[in-house]
Ligand binder design. Structure first.
Ligand code: PMP
Ligand code: GLN
Length: 384
């Protein structure tokens, strides 16, 4: 049939996460590709949600999110980042971090606007900008440390620049922003009307004693920012698809106009359960150490393979270089390893619009030790 369709995303295929997870399933491979934990989440939190459902907390909550949950988030932000957030005007609960990012971009962007995006970039960012008629301005992170080349950013700023998108800890590379990066950012945006989108879904997954440089710490930056979070990452329940966005009241007012006609309100029992669980500080404060242990366990085992690690200071991920080992591109290699050695990973070139291939694969270490050791045992058999 001729639908006379004009695709809004003509250049977009199926996300690599689905592609590699499907390939892993078909090949009975250990899946270190898509980022999700394979260990059980907190039973206490499951029970809190279960109790909420049984008690009858099953109808719509306020479109901005359960008031108690927003209050608890504001308390957490005050404790962690010493910033006062108004739960009525500054926080909206969303069905996941991805949705929060999409909604923020849709709220702000007009055709012709430019958005600075660093590559490798999480796969939803560029399509989210394009679908809103705006133009992504791509700045490659320096390789191999994946730091932001601020001089380059300065060169790319002009009167059309509407937003800079940040992600710390960073997916796919595990790099994190430092206090110096925040200073650079501040010196670029101060006195302009450039907004910031800060994707902080891995806020607690930060290692080696480093501090998470949340935009929430800096009121002068927060007043021009949308800061996006995911309960899926914090509580090992990526399938719940629940998160939130924090912003300044005037920005949040418009964010909510978009949100109310797209999602309106999120899953009620999960919001009740998480609101009651948020007082358990250990549940999130211990996360960095738990995940660092997994990174180190995986890293030790990987020494038995020819892959060379690139540093990971946060997130679920560690990148490995195979430069010099084979001429295969990273996509071909990731597919071959999934099929022949039964371990799925993610080729990092997919996070570059121009397919820039540094011969790097991303592995997710948010897994049980057994899963990691099974995977590495298979990877150690690889012959190039
Ligand atoms: N941003 C980044 C960088 C991510 O890795 C993820 C994880 N999936 C998200 C956003 C979205 O999280 P959610 O599953 O809550 O939509
Ligand atoms: N954020 C996860 C990753 O990077 C996957 C989420 C998704 O599949 N969209 O692997």
């Amino acid at each position: 049939m001729n639908y006379n369709l004009t695709s809004k995303l003509p250049d977009v295929g199926t996300t690599i996460f689905t592609v590699m997870s499907q390939l892993a399933l078909q090949n009975d491979a250990v899946n270190l590709g898509q980022g999700f934990p394979d260990f059980m989440m907190s039973e206490e939190l499951v029970e809190l949600v279960d109790e909420a459902m049984k008690r009858g907390d099953n109808q719509y909550v306020h479109m901005n999110g359960l008031p108690l949950l927003r209050e608890r988030i504001a308390e957490k932000v005050a404790r962690l980042y010493a910033t006062t957030i108004n739960p009525d005007t500054d926080i909206t609960i969303t069905p996941g971090g991805t949705y929060a990012i999409y909604t923020a971009l849709t709220t702000i962007l007009q055709p012709g606007d430019e958005v600075i995006i660093f590559e490798p970039a999480y796969d939803s960012y560029i399509p989210n900008v394009v679908i809103n008629g705006a133009t992504p301005v791509l700045v490659p992170l320096s390789f191999p440390d994946y730091s932001i080349p601020w001089q380059e950013v300065r060169k790319r700023i002009n009167s059309r620049t509407r937003m800079i998108m940040l992600n710390t800890p960073h997916n796919p590379t595990g790099s994190v922003l430092s206090a110096t990066d925040i200073e650079e950012l501040r010196s670029i945006v101060t006195g302009t009307n450039i907004l910031i989108l800060s994707d902080e879904v891995y806020e607690h997954l930060i290692f080696d004693g480093l501090d998470h440089q949340s935009i929430l710490r800096f009121p002068d930056l927060l007043e021009r920012s949308f800061v996006c979070f995911s309960f899926g990452k914090t509580y090992h329940c990526t399938g719940w698809k629940l998160g939130y966005c924090i912003s300044a009241p005037d920005l949040m007012k418009d964010f909510r106009k978009v949100h109310q006609f797209n999602c309106f309100s999120c899953h009620t029992p999960s919001q009740v359960g998480i609101a009651n669980y948020l007082s358990n500080e250990t549940a999130y404060l211990a996360l960095g150490a738990i995940m660092q242990k997994k990174r180190d366990y995986f890293g030790e085992l990987m020494k038995a393979t020819p892959f060379k690690p690139l540093p990971s200071y946060g997130s679920y991920f560690q990148c490995y270089s195979y430069a010099g080992l084979t001429n295969e591109n990273d996509r071909e290699l990731a597919i071959r390893i999934t099929k022949e050695y039964k371990v799925a990973s993610i080729p990092v070139s997919v996070f570059y619009q121009n397919g820039n291939d540094n011969n790097v694969l991303r592995f997710c270490f948010a897994k049980k030790e057994q899963t990691l050791s099974d995977a590495v045992e298979r990877l150690s058999r690889i012959r190039f």
